[in-house]
Design a binder for this molecule. Structure first.
Ligand SMILES: Nc1nc2c(ncn2[C@@H]2O[C@H](COP(=O)(O)OP(=O)(O)OP(=O)(O)O)[C@@H](O)[C@H]2O)c(=O)[nH]1
Length: 373
């Protein structure tokens, strides 16, 4: 069986599935002792779920990763009760868990528009406090995308995803249920000799046009957001969804899958991806595979084969390409090795980045700026 790693380029690997942020509620405003005036409360910091947002976007737009709400207004002769400071809202993707830095779960946001306070503003100065305000709550929080599995299978109907999942996991796949979507992925576990387990999700329901919510499009694509890596599965013999739709070769299937992901959310293409070329037991499979590999090495030369609106912005990059047969089991061991290798590399680089971020973190006392995404 052929395994090709040459298409491993740098495009993938920047997918962000967790993020640490410094949050601080605004200080309260000063009271006015002479007239018994009360300072305004400091603003609160909120995390608000929004479908279109990604953790990477927060990271890119707020490289300092600090969010500080506004200070409460001081009490004055004109306004004895000072106004509340401005709240700060952090828009975060739907389907996240918010934890404190010591690992305590503060809450979960599973539906667009859900919100929670992560740092309370300080109280305004009043008679009780000798008219002195209190500071806002300050802490580091962590946003974690709720992953359904380490790896998600991405392929058109009949590519052999379920068959491959059974081969990979040697177990009856479990059906996972997630509050934020009604489409239920099947999860299988790959067991390695060192007892490490890797969860693989069969994500059914992707068809051409998924990005415009054809079929179960958006439900499917939501799941793709919640896996660390992607395992594209294509049928080496090509496929045809129905008599009304055109026949697609394996190369076209790869490009169409990429385009669907790109049109839905380009960030999905940052995830490390492996390509499993399935049904290698079929006649002419080796010949077709050679052609496919050649086309993948010179992708742009073959883009004219695709409908104009389905040409991806750039070539698709795979960390590995593995030829398999879910029927005979050939190539499946190789695929397991590649999946593990790719996940280990991703974990190592995430750890490095986390360490760098911790070392480079600015002490809380040095904080002054405010931010609203
Ligand atoms: N010859 C051959 N047939 C295969 C192989 N893998 C799967 N099939 C067949 O292809 C058909 C589709 O397989 P599935 O595993 O159900 O494919 P799927 O991608 O999960 O399909 P959906 O559930 O429609 O998304 C079945 O008839 C399988 O028996 C393979 O490696 N070789």
């Amino acid at each position: 069986m052929v395994c090709c790693s040459r298409l491993c380029l740098r495009k993938y690997g920047n997918f962000v599935d967790n993020l640490r942020l410094y949050v601080k509620g605004g200080s309260g405003g000063m009271g006015l002792p002479r007239l018994g005036g009360q300072g305004g409360r400091g603003g609160d910091v909120w995390v608000v779920a929004e479908d279109s947002v990604t953790l990477k976007r927060i990271k890119d737009r707020h490289p300092q990763k600090r969010f500080v709400a506004g200070v409460g207004e001081n009490s004055s002769i004109r306004a004895l009760k000072g106004n509340k400071g401005q709240d700060c809202e952090i828009c975060a993707p739907t389907g996240i868990t918010v934890t404190s830095d010591d690992g305590k779960v503060l809450g979960e946001l599973d539906a667009e528009g859900q919100r929670m306070v992560v740092a309370r503003g300080g109280r305004g100065g009043s008679h009780d406090s000798g008219f002195l305000p209190s500071k806002g709550q300050a802490r580091t929080i962590r946003l974690d995308l709720k992953l359904i599995a380490d790896v998600g299978l991405v392929g058109f109907p009949n590519a052999g995803k379920s068959s491959l999942l059974s081969q990979l996991s040697h177990a009856k796949p479990q059906i996972a249920s997630y509050a934020f979507t009604t489409l239920r992925p099947e999860i299988g576990k790959i067991m390695y000799e060192d007892y490490r387990q890797v969860a693989v999700a069969d994500l059914p329901g992707l068809i051409e046009g998924a990005h415009i919510n054809k079929g179960m499009g958006h439900k499917f694509l939501k799941h793709v957001e919640r896996t660390k890596q992607l395992l594209f599965v294509v049928d080496i013999g090509g496929f045809q969804l129905s008599q009304k739709t055109p026949f697609r070769t394996a190369f076209e299937a790869v490009q169409l899958l990429t385009k669907e992901l790109e049109l839905y959310k380009e960030e999905l293409l940052l995830k490390p991806a492996i390509l499993a070329v399935n049904k290698m037991d079929l006649p002419n499979a080796e010949e077709n595979l050679k052609e496919l590999i050649d086309q993948l090495h010179h992708q742009e030369d073959f883009f004219h084969l695709l409908p104009e609106d389905m040409v991806p912005k750039g070539p698709t990059h795979f960390k590995h390409i593995v030829a398999v047969s879910a029927s005979t089991g050939s190539g499946v061991e190789e695929l397991k090795v590649r999946v593990r290798q790719s996940l280990d590399e991703q974990a190592a680089s995430a750890m490095e980045e986390d360490q760098r971020a911790r070392l480079g973190a600015v002490p809380a006392s040095a904080m002054t700026s405010t931010g609203t995404p």
